[in-house]
Ligand binder design. Structure first.
Ligand code: S3P
Length: 433
């Protein structure tokens, strides 16, 4: 990681054209992991070759899974079956990826061998007890370091199914419990306080696992086998979000984003932007491998501040950095509450975004669980992303309304989720170098 990596972005007023955004990160991680413990071959098309997903890939290889990469976006996983993973000879380093670390906790809790999971300077500050606690209830032996990584998992434990009420809406915690539940005796049930992304449940079904849902509760029976399959990964709506906001601000002749994932547990960003007055249309809606997708056409329109409905928060959880930029460019006040989870992402996204907005003269009030942003003008200046990929990209989009050049610091981690962001942004008209 190069802490000196930065973007220089000149103010621009126009974007347009057509884009294919890279593959979905959440789906790419899951395809690798489920492919690894399946029997037989899994082919992944549209894979996201980002640092986070490559960390998952490397961890699987370290546990004896053969993975081929015939092309950067195409992966073949030679599954080893439920009991085929082997002990890694080293600590598994998941880099910046909370998804990789937390899902592996579930996957490794019931294995015969010991393992230790860790990550980079950001990941070792993130809470892991939210996963460790329910896994311990299932019989796992897990130690965290004051609640954070490194996480030590002792092998050879017999897991039992639990009924678990998630205290926070988290797809990572839900997924970890379901992955452990696959190795447990009995039926594991997880109840969510609000809907969160359901890629694990959908994909397990694609691998032949019976998963049932009853209202807010998802359930699966332990001991089911996974059979290798083909996965087509749609473009990541969380990456598309930067261009949805860019388009809403400056696509006077429209901007088209091809084959974007439209899973209803992920589309909160579209709902929020539409509430703000954005003109976003869906075309060519389709479903492949259990995941819906569509082409999105966005056109510039006048945005207005809104009070963001709390029910949409988990459905847009990763898109708030760029939504705050939309709010800064809108007319009137935008208020977000009920979003305390943003404080435990790759950075404290409420605090780091507030600092960056402040650097550009955007009037705002930081709240314990949200923020209030006075829209209007965005100034010029230097913004520190604190190594948070989504914050770096969000401020690049702010250039479309900035009064002068923006310098965005510490942007190397953009490669964790969106390799090639700067050239793509340039291709549609952002003046980024
Ligand atoms: C993810 C779940 C979300 C999200 C993260 C990816 C996933 O995290 O913020 O980027 O792939 O399951 P939480 O489960 O912590 O909300």
């Amino acid at each position: 990681m190069n802490p000196d990596a930065r973007y220089l972005v000149q103010p621009g007023r126009r974007v347009g054209g057509e884009l294919t955004i890279p593959g979905d990160k959440s789906i790419s991680h899951r395809a690798l992991m489920l492919g690894g413990i399946a029997e037989g071959r899994t082919e992944i098309h549209g894979f996201l070759p980002s640092e986070d997903c490559l960390a998952t890939l490397a961890a699987l290889r370290a546990m004896g899974v053969k993975v081929d990469l015939p092309r950067s976006t195409q992966v073949v996983v030679h599954g080893v079956g439920a009991h085929g993973l082997s002990a890694p000879s080293q600590v598994l380093d998941l880099g910046n990826s909370g998804t990789a670390l937390r899902l592996f906790m579930g996957l490794l809790a019931g294995q015969s061998f010991d393992s230790t999971l860790t990550g980079d300077a950001s990941l070792v500050k993130r809470p892991m007890e939210r996963v460790a606690e329910p896994l311990r209830e299932m019989g796992a032996l897990i130690e965290t370091h004051a609640g954070k990584p490194p996480v030590r998992i002792s092998g050879g434990r017999t897991l039992r199914a639990i009924d678990y009420d998630l205290p926070v809406p988290s797809a990572q915690v839900k997924s970890a419990i379901l992955l452990a539940g696959l190795q447990a005796a009995g039926t594991t049930r997880v109840t969510e306080p609000a809907p969160t992304r359901d890629h694990t449940e959908r994909m397990l079904q694609g691998f032949g696992v019976h998963v049932s849902r009853d209202g807010a509760t998802v359930a699966l029976e332990g001991g089911q086998r996974l059979t290798g399959t083909r996965i087509d990964v749609p473009a990541d709506i969380s990456s598309a979000a930067f261009f949805l906001v860019a388009g809403a601000l400056a696509a006077h002749d429209g901007l088209v984003l091809r084959n974007v994932g439209m899973n209803p547990t992920r589309t909160g960003v579209i709902d929020i932007l539409r509430l703000m007055g954005a003109d976003i249309r869906m075309e060519n809606a389709r479903v492949s491998g259990g995941e819906p997708s569509a082409d999105l056409r966005v056109r510039a329109s006048a945005l207005r501040g809104v009070r963001i409905p709390e029910a949409l928060v988990p459905l847009a959880i990763d898109e708030f950095p760029v939504l705050f930029i939309a709010a800064a460019a809108a007319e009137g006040v935008t208020e977000l509450r009920g979003a305390g989870e943003l404080r435990v992402k790759e950075t404290d996204r409420l605090a780091v975004m507030a600092e960056g907005l402040g650097s550009l003269g955007v009037v705002h009030e930081l709240l314990p669980d949200g923020i209030r942003i006075q829209g209007g003008s965005i100034g010029a200046g230097v913004v520190d992303s604190h190594g948070d990929h989504r914050i770096a990209m969000a401020f690049a989009v702010a250039s479309l309304r900035a009064t002068g050049p923006l310098e965005i610091l510490d942007v190397a981690n953009v490669a964790t989720s969106f390799p090639g962001f700067a050239p793509l942004a340039q291709a549609v008209g952002l003046l980024i170098t």
